[in-house]
Design a protein around this ligand. Structure first.
Ligand code: AMP
Length: 457
């Protein structure tokens, strides 16, 4: 373990690290930060949870010149959710550097307000490739002063078809810049991007020590008609109260979530066809434990800020070994083994063979005896979510909500879970059996002296 204080970081950054409580570097940070701070290009194999965001965040903030009103650092991410997380993380690291301007620019959001906030270039932009490309083309954003380009989850960006947009962006920004590339997997296309865009990159790979994270994998061969019964049975057997279920197709995501709901599970669907607000809501409910089973497509699941899930289940086996690796990487927490279950039909067997060939080990197949469902029993999540139709725009903060619930509403603090405040909405998780009481009390009383609309999800 190495302390951050061994690095030549600005005092303001060391102060932020102290506030955040990060003393020791994670392995990815320890290997990537020294070359990054020297200005070298770096290609790092790093998963979510490795501390990669802080690694590139610190590096780009170290070279930032706040007095120069130019765009100096550009971070490209595959999804809006990831861009939001990265922005939040960088803002926290920049908390002690006055006047840092960071803007998040993502597709799926109206262009007008983004244009309005771009009267001056920010110092840092975090965004998705398509939208960033559009701003550079329109010249609402200027790339001539960029010193650092970060490609975060580069493999996912390629999967999502952003390769051309990224190439175009690189052609529109300062020729001499540092390129930091982070990717969970290294398929050929990533090597090719690195060769195209990086100069003598330092390569960072971090082996996850086996005693740190253990993932038990189980493969079950199932009849297509019995898949849903198999899934429900496994969820009950494994006491799944925080599990992620992957389907390959959007329509199956909906069907599986609906069927689980019908069978008494707190299950929700997440896929790219949903409105952004609905997606945010689902992510909030899964994270705050008021939904126990999240059924998702691979792309949609990228928005999930949780890696240490107890169980990950592939309802459909992944199309390729890389996707499989991504899925199982969601489980396994330090000290607790994670469980990754894969259902596979006879027709899908070739995909399993590919995974086996790449892993170099026989797959752990286990027989599964499926019993017909025994009526409906409830497997509800421990919490329930209340939504308040007010948010940051109304100057509402988590403390105000906590105050209203523990004050006038008379709830104990330990019955209240996660509170998420968005621009125009706020979500609060309440112990399920007290949710109705909390709802009535909030409706009857005031939050921050005002009456807001409150409802249960
Ligand atoms: P990431 O891989 O960037 O998604 O980061 C995973 C989590 O680790 C985030 O919640 C960070 O806040 C946290 N983190 C990053 N670096 C450190 C560190 N050096 N010490 C403790 N926690 C960290």
């Amino acid at each position: 373990m190495t302390a951050f204080t061994t690095l030549p970081l600005k005092p303001s950054l060391l102060a932020s690290l102290e506030t955040l409580g990060y003393a020791e570097m994670t392995p990815v940070q320890a290997q990537s930060l020294p070359p990054m701070l020297e200005g070298r290009d770096v290609i790092a194999q790093a998963q979510t949870g490795s501390g990669k965001t802080a690694a590139f965040g610190l590096s780009l903030l170290q070279t930032l010149d706040v007095d120069s009103i130019r765009l100096q650092a550009l971070v490209l991410c595959p999804t809006r959710e990831l861009a939001d997380q990265v922005s939040k993380a960088i803002r926290k690291l920049a908390a002690n550097i006055p006047n840092v301007k960071l803007l998040t620019l993502c597709g799926g959001m109206p262009l007008g307000p983004q244009l309005a906030s771009l009267t001056h270039d920010p110092h840092i932009v975090v965004g998705t490739p398509g939208r960033v490309q559009e701003h550079l083309k329109r010249e609402s954003l200027h790339g001539g002063g960029i010193k650092v380009l970060v490609l975060d989850e580069a493999d996912r960006m390629l999967d999502m078809g952003f390769s051309e947009a990224i190439d175009d962006i690189v052609g529109r920004i300062a020729k001499h810049h540092q390129t930091l590339l982070f990717s969970a997997t290294y398929p050929q296309e990533i090597r090719a991007i690195s060769q195209r865009m990086q100069r003598e990159p330092v390569e960072v790979t971090v082996e996850t020590p086996h005693d740190e994270v253990t993932i038990e994998q189980r493969f079950h061969e199932v009849d297509p008609a019995q898949k849903i019964d198999a899934l429900a049975q496994l969820l009950v057997k494994e006491h799944a109260d925080h599990a992620l279920v992957f389907c390959n197709m959007r329509r199956d995501v909906d069907a599986v979530a609906e069927e689980l709901d019908r069978r008494g599970f707190s299950a929700l669907a997440l896929h790219g066809d949903m409105e952004q607000r609905d997606r945010d809501e689902v992510l909030v409910r899964f994270a705050n434990r008021s939904c126990s089973i999240l059924v998702a497509t691979d792309v949609a699941a990228r928005g999930l800020d949780i890696t240490a899930l107890p169980q990950v289940i592939s309802y459909d086996i992944a199309h390729d070994p890389d996707t499989h690796t991504h899925r199982i990487g969601r489980t396994g927490r330090a000290g607790h083994p994670g469980l990754a279950i894969t259902l596979c039909t006879t027709r899908e067997r070739p995909k399993a063979n590919n995974i086996e060939a790449l892993s170099g080990k026989p797959l752990p197949w286990h027989p599964l005896k499926i019993s017909p469902p025994r009526g409906k029993t409830l497997h509800l999540a421990p919490m329930k979510t209340l939504v308040i139709d007010a948010g940051r725009q109304d100057k509402l903060r988590p403390g105000d909500i906590l105050g209203a619930l523990t004050g006038d509403a008379g709830l104990k603090a330990d019955t209240i879970g996660k509170i998420d405040v968005y621009a125009t909405r706020a979500y609060v998780a309440i112990k399920r059996d007290l949710a109705n009481k909390a709802l009535e009390r909030l409706r009857a009383g005031k939050i921050k002296g005002r009456n807001f609309r409150v409802r249960a999800l």
